[in-house]
Design a protein. Structure first.
Length: 321
């Protein structure tokens, strides 16, 4: 029997994304516990539901600091650190722009330039005040908003992986709407063959597969969430400098790493850098590997994991000319 059919697959829609858990043995109880855990975690970070810790921070913008739990504080601390790196395209204070664009949601539209300018003034990550002693977060200007949408799934994928291991489960994978964490491959297999989705292709159409085990694989792509207006496509990863969607030669970036949180952070950073600068940047981070897919149908491999091309309209390279 093919390996995929030997596995037990459990799915749900959480965080607005399809979630798939694959286990070597049937275990309804474990699967139920994993989905409960994901829901609990989502409730801490969501910006779309009253009562989340992040929502409380946003609601207190311009008024007072808000105390949060240790894991939420640690994630915000990391997000701030990455956001203030010189030239970083990752910005966890980008909430006001994300809310205004509503990309991929009902009511999405292109905001007038003067509105974007006004909102940009509310997105300076360096202005977010953290107090490690009190574990508080303060947004000093009314209208400022934290958005952890780019990293919450990666963080939660890591939490799920740790949880599965604690429960004695060492073979399986969790796919949180594109954020994948793998444990050991199924018995008799050296690795998982993970499909790399074809940008703007039919569901299930793949550019190729990558062989991994005990690794995270995170993909960010312009084809994941977008809308079109007057022949122009607007996607959901915004340039914190201009307030418009990032625009370069990339259609998608996949990051292979141990931690899915790292993967989530690096997909956004690399997306902003583009292929050439991204490859140079990766030289300083040997633990992070990546695959870039470009508009010119190139698959630029910066990974040691075996990649198999399935779509001949693309070609594999290790740099761009
Ligand atoms: P992902 O799906 O991981 O690529 O993250 C995309 C989400 O991150 C968006 O839907 C926004 O909520 C948020 N976001 C958009 N642009 C940025 C940015 N430049 N930095 C950090 N988060 C962003
Ligand atoms: Mg991300």
């Amino acid at each position: 029997m093919p390996v995929e059919q030997r596995l037990c697959s459990y799915s749900a829609v959480l965080m607005g994304s399809p979630i798939v858990l694959k286990l070597a043995e049937p275990d309804e109880r474990l699967a139920g516990d994993v989905f409960r855990l994901i829901r609990q975690q989502e409730n801490l970070f969501t910006v779309n539901r009253a009562g989340s810790q992040v929502m409380s921070i946003n609601e207190a913008a311009g008024k007072h600091p808000v105390a949060v739990s240790a894991p939420v504080f640690a994630l915000i601390e990391r997000a701030r650190e990455v956001s203030v790196l010189p030239g970083s395209c990752f910005n966890f204070a980008i909430g006001p722009l994300v809310k205004r664009w509503k990309i991929g949601f009902k009511g999405d539209s292109v905001p007038p330039a003067h509105e974007l300018q006004a909102l940009l003034a509310l997105t300076d990550p360096a202005r977010v005040e953290l107090d490690a002693q009190q574990r508080t977060v303060f947004l000093p200007l009314a209208g400022m908003e934290i958005d952890l949408g780019a990293i919450a799934k990666g963080y939660i994928a890591d939490v799920v992986k740790t949880f599965l291991r604690q429960r004695g489960c060492f073979c399986g994978l969790i796919n949180l709407g594109g954020n994948l964490q793998t444990l050991d491959a199924p018995a008799g297999e050296a690795s998982w063959a993970i499909g790399l989705q074809k940008p703007f292709g039919e569901p299930g159409a793949l550019v190729g597969t990558i062989a991994v085990s005990n690794k995270s694989l995170v993909t960010s792509g312009v084809y994941e969430r977008y809308f079109e207006l007057n022949g122009q496509r607007y996607h959901h990863i915004l340039n914190p400098q201009t307030g418009y969607p990032l625009d370069n030669e990339l259609l998608g970036v996949t990051v292979i790493s141990d931690s899915s949180l790292d993967g989530d952070i690096f997909t956004t950073l690399l997306y902003g850098l583009g292929v050439e600068k991204g490859l140079a940047f990766l030289a300083d981070y040997p633990q992070i590997e990546a695959i870039f897919v470009t508009r010119a149908q190139q698959v630029v491999l910066a990974t040691q994991q075996p990649f198999r091309l399935l779509d001949e309209t693309y070609y594999v390279t290790d740099s761009i000319a």
